[in-house]
Design a protein around this ligand. Structure first.
Ligand SMILES: [Zn+2]
Length: 453
């Protein structure tokens, strides 16, 4: 394909032609989840957007030419707090959440990244990087803490367009008596009591969050690589700090060449944040919604624009997928996608433009022959839609529509009453009836829980 890929680069806020350092070894790093809680719909947006970018890069440069690294943050104050609240060990908490996260990625039918490194497997590299920053005079130690000295790095603030004076005047920095300057940020901090710790030249402790991405991107992609991505909330301070650490430790004039950020999801125009209680977990959608409906909704606005999450959006996407299945046909392996169809995605990942094209291809497929249908399905498949057969879709739909949540709970109550009355035949009948409707019930710790079979 001769078409070029264009991306909005936040280093200069311009749409630029993507020119890789080496088109056989393209490096893309995306900040992954902090595994203290199950991912919510806001976390799903970058997962879907960067999955599309991964697919676009693979389509142009070949499947084996793209090294997509998405890390897992498994050491963090939020994880320590959550494990204490839940009264479970950190490793139990993080392994549960990682499992849930991987299930969510499957539900959204995302391609697996090339690497999914965990921060706790790379502490030695982080210690190495901190030592190097101290030796070079960019970092200092005080009372078992190590800080990066921001004023030593002239380009600090260039990505986020912030001036050092404004940062000092603002309240965006953590105050600590150990710091030389308020804007300095932590690279290493001591651990106390039963907090997780690693031995280091600065005592028992753990790394600051920003450092892990600098250490892991260096290991898997080298000192300078092509694309760094994440949600817009990571632009400052996280990405700014990554640039400072990496460039100073590696003696380089650049770090990632293209910085791509997706905008927020709002809930009926109110920013989704934990404090407002507007949190919808990905796992909560599984009972009633197929992953491809959720995925289509997440792609319905351009990644640079906020996406408003509401009932109408979900209903519209459900109806669209429903309608598109009318033109479904099994794909004949001999047919390939005309690459021009991908044009909107090459143009700064214009997903709404691509969806508009899919609507046109659907109309053509509905009136057309098998080839038209195949092209339509292949174009849907490219973004992970219509990747289930029509039979699978109908059976999922049937299961999801056969019984409402209210009726499931009513049936569970009736079954528990039957069991209390030792009427086990009736209890089993209700259990089997639910099973026929695709609902599996389990008795655990004195409670009855249900899930879709
Ligand atoms: Zn990061």
């Amino acid at each position: 394909m001769n078409k070029d890929i264009y991306l909005t680069n936040n280093l200069n806020n311009k749409k630029e032609k993507f020119v890789p350092l080496d088109k056989k070894k393209i490096g893309m790093y995306v900040c992954g989840p902090t595994v203290y809680d199950n991912p919510h719909i806001g976390n799903a947006r970058p997962l879907v957007i960067f999955d599309i970018l991964f697919k676009v890069l693979k389509s142009k440069y070949g499947n084996n030419s793209v090294n997509y690294v998405r890390n897992i943050t498994d050491v963090d104050d939020k994880i320590i707090k959550s494990s204490k609240e839940k009264n479970i060990s950190i490793s139990e908490l993080t392994s549960n959440i990682i499992k849930g996260f991987n299930d969510d990625c499957k539900y959204l039918s995302l391609d697996e990244p090339s690497q999914q490194p965990k921060a706790t497997d790379h502490i030695d590299l982080m210690i190495e990087m901190i030592s190097s920053l101290i030796t070079k005079g960019f970092a200092y130690e005080k009372n078992n803490h190590v800080y990066f000295e921001v004023n030593k790095f002239d380009d600090y603030g260039k990505l986020s367009n912030k001036k050092l004076e404004d940062l000092i005047a603002g309240s965006r920095v953590e105050i600590s008596k150990n710091k030389k300057n308020v804007e300095d940020f932590v690279l290493w901090k001591p651990s106390f009591d039963d907090d997780p710790f690693w031995d280091s030249p600065w005592g028992k402790g753990r790394p600051g969050w920003h450092l892990e991405c600098s250490a892991m991107s260096k290991k898997y992609l080298g000192n300078i690589f092509d694309i760094h991505g994440g949600g817009i909330d990571l632009l400052f301070p996280h990405h700014e700090n990554e640039i400072a650490q990496s460039r100073c430790a590696n003696n380089t004039k650049s770090f990632a060449n293209y910085w791509i950020h997706n905008a927020f999801i709002t809930m009926s125009n109110e920013k989704m944040a934990k404090s407002t209680g507007n949190i919808l977990k990905i796992k909560d959608f599984k009972k009633n919604l197929d992953g491809q409906v959720l995925k289509l909704a997440l792609m319905s606005s351009h990644y640079k624009q906020p996406l408003d999450w509401n009932k109408k959006l979900i209903n519209d996407c459900q109806n669209t997928i429903e309608k598109w299945y009318e033109a479904y046909s099994l794909v004949n392996q001999k047919i390939t996608l005309n690459e021009d169809i991908l044009s909107p995605l090459y143009d700064d990942l214009n997903t709404p433009g691509y969806i508009a094209n899919l609507h046109q291809l659907y109309e053509k497929a509905l009136k057309g022959n098998d080839t038209d249908k195949n092209i339509f399905v292949l174009a849907c498949n490219f973004i992970g839609i219509l990747n289930k057969t029509k039979e699978e879709w109908l059976s999922i739909k049937k299961k999801k529509l056969l019984i409402s949540e209210v009726d499931i709970l009513k049936n569970i109550e009736l079954r528990n009453k039957a069991r209390d009355a030792k009427d086990y035949n009736e209890a089993d009948r209700i259990r089997n009836e639910l099973l026929d409707k695709g609902v599996l019930i389990e008795d655990k710790d004195g409670k009855t829980i249900w899930k879709l079979k």
